[in-house]
Design a protein around this ligand. Sequence first.
Ligand SMILES: [Zn+2]
Length: 121
Amino acid sequence: MRKRELNAFRKLLGERRHELVVEASRTLGGMGENREQFPDPTDRASLEGNRNLLLRIRDRERKLLSKIDEALGRIEDGTYGKCEECGEDIGLERLRARPVTTLCIDCKSLQEAQERKRGTP
Ligand SMILES: [Zn+2]
């Protein structure tokens, strides 16, 4: 991959990372507000539901954050944009759509087909 393209992906990933951190801290701040919105103990169920939802979102954000950090690491060590299964170039179109991916479209399709066969999500 050309240096210019690598720089563009580094910038894109950096921006995604920043958005996630801002979003995550907003979610954390929102938890205190929610608590005050449900002072009635009969609303406890919906409060618990809200909290579980927030925890799930934060779990997803955490996973995405570590994927972004890994992708940034691959940019630094020069392996970014290579499929970790077959070693071929992943392709700029696919990387633009999903910059944290580590598999080319062929290997990804194969993996998904195998997962479907095993019945795991
Ligand atoms: Zn591949």
